[in-house]
Design a protein around this ligand. Structure first.
Ligand SMILES: NC(=O)c1ccc[n+]([C@@H]2O[C@H](COP(=O)([O-])OP(=O)(O)OC[C@H]3O[C@@H](n4cnc5c(N)ncnc54)[C@H](O)[C@@H]3O)[C@@H](O)[C@H]2O)c1
Ligand SMILES: O=C(O)[C@H](O)COP(=O)(O)O
Length: 387
């Protein structure tokens, strides 16, 4: 029986896919695996029982992924599963940035009981007027699952779209419209674009990337959209840029105490992935990846361990070994098994950066003694008996 703890509410359609071999527990400390959305795992201890964390969503900055890797805990996410939900809200954001729609609606609310409301509207509407997005230049920073959808959709709305992603995947490149202009540098995006939308993960490399230096290169009155993470933007620099009109509007899905009260900020309560469809997609994908990992040792869409699939374990035993990606690990595993006169029937080894993962199928059912012998090898983080 596998025990699953949910650190956030997870869509029922996903949880319903767990078979009778699984039980949902309220007790994080006893969980074999955890499902999470945006709740922070950084402050939590990682119990010895914990084998996997599945993020039902894209961003994993709420999870200590290296600390997990070193305990042999596989961290999954669900690439693309909420991308359409986010894209639709980004399109909304483009329109909200083009005219002061929110300011105007709020003002109408404040005069709604006035019998002359219709006259007042005609007299005051100019204050909320703006521009059209058609014909304007949009810069999309980060052409992953969301960035590609945003770029293609904005192009269909008549925008001239520039894209920047030095690490673009083959899959994204295939899906990107040929009409999107590839930018060689961020500077080109900053100098050319009327609207800029950022779709990169938060990391040490991207934190604060929209800062004073970047704003200096941008057009006066640029509109910036951030549906990725608050700290991609240097808050003080953004506030200064908004004050002088360098940035005309900042649309963000991540309000902070300093940003939320500003008139030039459209602050949305992190709704990008909060649609029935996205929540269902993420939950189904996360649960399927967890089950395949717990039952077969298969890894799909992990952010700290490599993809690794040796199918259903149809040999007598299977060991899943998490280890450092250093020379002679496989040699030591095979020697340790040979010393016990155990024949290996199948084996697969994959690596990702400094971490590696080996699935070894053997001709006898795995035992705690075999597990211990492999675990004692230096550089091994965890050994799990799959079968
Ligand atoms: N608002 C929401 O509810 C919501 C929902 C989903 C995702 N997100 C956020 O959006 C981010 C992107 O999501 P995604 O699904 O498109 O992820 P993704 O992994 O598919 O795409 C990210 C892209 O950013 C690119 N990238 C990385 N560093 C870059 C850099 N320095 N400059 C330019 N490009 C860079 C990568 O090459 C990749 O193509 C997530 O990490 C998450 O933080 C927010
Ligand atoms: O990174 C993500 O997938 C989003 O920020 C969604 O977060 P949520 O699952 O908490 O809505």
């Amino acid at each position: 029986m596998f025990k699953i703890n949910c650190l956030n509410p997870i869509a029922k359609i996903g949880l319903d896919n767990f078979s009778e071999e699984y039980a949902i527990t309220d007790n994080y400390e006893e969980a074999d695996a955890v499902l999470v959305r945006s709740a922070s795992v950084h402050e939590l201890d990682l119990p010895d029982s914990l084998q996997a964390i599945a993020r039902a969503g894209a961003g994993v900055n709420n999870i200590p992924i290296d600390k997990c890797a070193e305990k042999g805990i596989v961290v999954f996410n669900t690439p693309g599963a909420n991308a359409n939900g986010v894209k639709e809200l980004v399109l909304t954001g483009l329109f909200l940035a083009s005219r002061d729609i929110i300011g105007g609606v709020n003002w109408v609310n404040s005069v709604k009981d006035d019998p002359d409301v219709a006259k007042l509207v005609e007299k005051n509407k100019a204050k909320y007027a703006g521009i059209e997005i058609s014909g304007k230049k949009l810069g999309v920073i980060g052409l992953g699952a969301i960035g590609v959808l945003v770029a293609n959709a904005a192009m269909k709305l008549g925008m001239e779209v520039y894209g920047y992603d030095p690490f673009i995947s083959v899959r994204s490149a295939w899906h990107l419209s040929k009409y999107i202009k590839p930018s060689k540098s961020l500077a080109e995006i900053y100098k050319e674009c009327d609207f800029i939308s950022i779709h990169v993960p938060l990391s040490d490399a991207t934190q604060g990337m929209l800062n004073e230096e970047a704003f200096k290169m941008m057009k006066n009155g640029v509109r910036i959209l951030n549906f990725s993470r608050d700290s991609l933007v240097n808050e003080e620099d953004m506030i200064a840029a908004l004050k002088v009109g360098k940035v005309f509007k900042y649309v963000t899905d991540f309000p902070t105490p300093k940003m939320a009260p500003l008139n030039e900020v459209v602050a949305i309560p992190h709704l990008g992935a909060s649609t029935c469809e996205s929540e269902d997609n993420c939950a189904v994908m996360a649960v399927s990846q967890l089950m395949d990992y717990l039952e077969n040792g298969t890894i799909r869409n992990s952010v700290n361990y490599p993809d690794c699939d040796n199918g259903y374990p149809d040999n007598a035993g299977r060991l899943a070994i998490h280890h450092k990606n250093i020379p002679n690990m496989i040699g030591q595993f095979t020697s340790a098994l040979a010393q016990e006169n155990i024949n290996i029937s199948d084996m697969i080894n994959k690596s990702k950066g400094q971490y590696a993962y080996t699935l070894v199928d053997i001709e006898i059912p795995s035992t705690p003694e075999i597990k211990q012998k492999i675990k004692a090898i230096e550089g091994v983080y965890r050994v799990r008996i799959v079968k």
